[in-house]
Design a protein around this ligand. Structure first.
Ligand code: FAD
Length: 465
């Protein structure tokens, strides 16, 4: 790593001159808040928290940091799960929460343009009230659009619509040198040489600061319904995922939960789900503009579940019933954080390999003496494996956790899978990068990083081992 400059009083004064004194903080509570994300990683405090309000301020700040060799770590809502926003070399935590304006909702072009600190739930609300939909729907809807773009966030609707990358049409980016570039725009098609916009998406704040984003929208389907199906075994539920896909139902969401997850969620949200007495569960969300099509999809999905070992098929038709189930599903990660010590591997395999993955992964519980809880977006092959501490001592736990996660990743590689489906490499998974992409691709990626950020000030210590 390059030699970075410690921030001195004169640097602070210069930074205050750029963004205003009130937008610079070294107060202990601010330093603490900006030292973490939602991963179980130990905090990494920045030296200073800087909260710009405009692209010009970000640009001047980056030029200053680049000149003075001060590391800069962009941060959204800090809901990430891989330590990607931890300021591991101190320096500036660049808090983008105050750049939170919805700039334009363009119904003619079906696009919305926002500042990076706008929350994904605000984009949903703003678009859905006029019958449009921004499909990416990560489990944590208080994440920012800037964070979602930089982690290429996925979520519940990815199996039908795709991930954040598929809905980013234009970006304004401040480079580490302070230069401002506009990538893409509002055209639906663009074959103009290399796609730099695609390099920024998923780059985890290591190439530049996203200061504006134009996102694609689609018409919102008029009707939705949801199946909650308990299964006699985890393996049966995993097989039903493939069967529902094979029968061409095209759900917008297909989520998988184990009994342990259902019971943990119920304890956390303090209410019961329709059933908690079976080993595994599927949530199947379908949507359409016509009643007939919706009914056909529900019937086909329901039959597939029953034929593959579901003991019952509960149907949530009213909006309230559906919202209650989605709220429960989205509470899962918080429920585990509240009651257990755990970490997760956000693994993605080809969807047809889910039954084999489950079969190979379950014996790890006995091998390592931990709970291995599979929950997630099974419809797109993205299972979040939570490794939950049992009676390991403080010395044993980190070793056991790392070995179990490494073995889950190895199984995923054998099955043609990937290390991270949606949470990114960040800090916690960087040691596994070459395992997936190989040394040549790591070399190419480092070359790209170097072109964007020759001084290495942009979110250093991330992605590369
Ligand atoms: C309960 C829970 C459920 C979750 N469910 C999902 C899920 O279903 N799908 C999913 O994909 N994720 C999920 N997440 C993870 C998390 O919400 C996402 O990774 C989200 O994209 C992070 O956004 P953020 O605003 O919190 O960004 P942060 O965590 O603050 O930052 C994430 C990364 O983006 C960079 N960054 C942030 N803003 C900018 C910017 N403007 N310019 C450049 N870089 C920037 C940071 O440097 C960092 O590398 C979940 C998290 C929780 C806690």
């Amino acid at each position: 790593m390059p030699k970075y400059t410690e921030i001195k009083p004169e640097n602070r004064a210069d930074i205050e001159a750029i963004v205003g004194e009130e937008n610079v903080s070294t107060a202990p509570e601010d330093i603490e808040r900006h030292s973490i994300d939602e991963s179980p990683l130990e905090p990494h405090p920045p030296s200073i928290v800087v909260s710009p309000h405009t692209t010009i301020e970000v640009s001047k700040l980056m030029a200053y940091a680049n000149k003075h060799m001060i590391p800069v770590t962009p941060q959204g809502s800090r809901t990430g799960l891989s330590g990607a926003n931890h300021p591991v070399y101190g320096g500036i935590a660049l808090n983008l929460e105050h750049m939170n304006k919805i700039i334009e909702l363009d119904e003619d072009n079906l696009m919305i343009t926002v500042e990076p600190g706008v929350l994904v739930m605000d984009v949903h609300e703003k678009t859905e009230e006029i019958g449009l939909l921004y499909p990416p729907d990560p489990g944590e809807n208080s994440g920012t659009i800037g964070g979602n773009i930089n982690t290429n966030a996925g979520g519940m609707r990815a199996m039908k619509y795709g991930v954040t990358r598929d809905f980013v049409n234009g970006l304004e980016v401040v480079l580490p040198t302070g230069e401002v570039v506009n990538l893409g725009g509002k055209t639906v098609k663009d074959s103009t040489a290399y796609s730099l916009i695609d390099l920024i998406i998923g780059s985890e704040g290591t190439l530049g600061v996203v200061t504006k984003a134009t996102l694609r929208l689609v018409p919102k389907p008029l009707k939705t319904a949801l199946i909650y199906a308990p299964f006699e075994s985890v393996e049966d539920a995993a097989k039903a995922v493939s069967e529902i896909i094979r029968r061409k139902v095209n759900p917008f969401a297909l989520e998988f939960l184990t009994q342990h997850a259902v019971v943990t969620i119920e304890r956390y949200i303090e209410r019961k789900l329709p059933d908690n007495s079976n080993p595994a569960y599927l949530l199947v969300g379908v949507e359409s503009n016509s009643d007939t099509e919706l009914e056909t999809a529900l019937e086909t999905a329901g039959e597939a579940c029953l034929e593959l070992g579901a003991v019952e098929v509960y149907l949530a038709e009213t909006q309230k019933q559906q919202d209650d189930l989605w709220e429960a599903r989205k509470a899962m990660a918080d429920a585990y954080t509240a009651f257990y010590e755990s970490d997760e591997a956000d693994i993605c395999v080809p969807r047809s390999k889910i039954p084999e993955f489950v079969e190979k992964a379950m014996p790890l519980e006995e091998k390592y003496g931990v709970l291995v809880i599979a929950v997630g977006h099974a419809g797109d092959g993205n299972i979040h494996w939570s490794v939950v501490r049992q009676d390991q001592s403080d010395e044993e736990w980190p070793v056991v956790l790392e070995e179990a996660i490494e073995e889950l990743i190895e199984i995923s590689m054998e099955l043609g899978g990937t290390i991270s489906g949606e949470h990114g490499i960040g800090y916690t998974k960087k040691q596994y990068l070459a395992l997936k992409v190989g040394d040549k691709q790591v070399e190419l990626m480092k070359g790209i990083k170097n072109v964007f950020d020759p001084n290495g000030i942009m979110n250093p210590g991330k992605v590369f081992p």
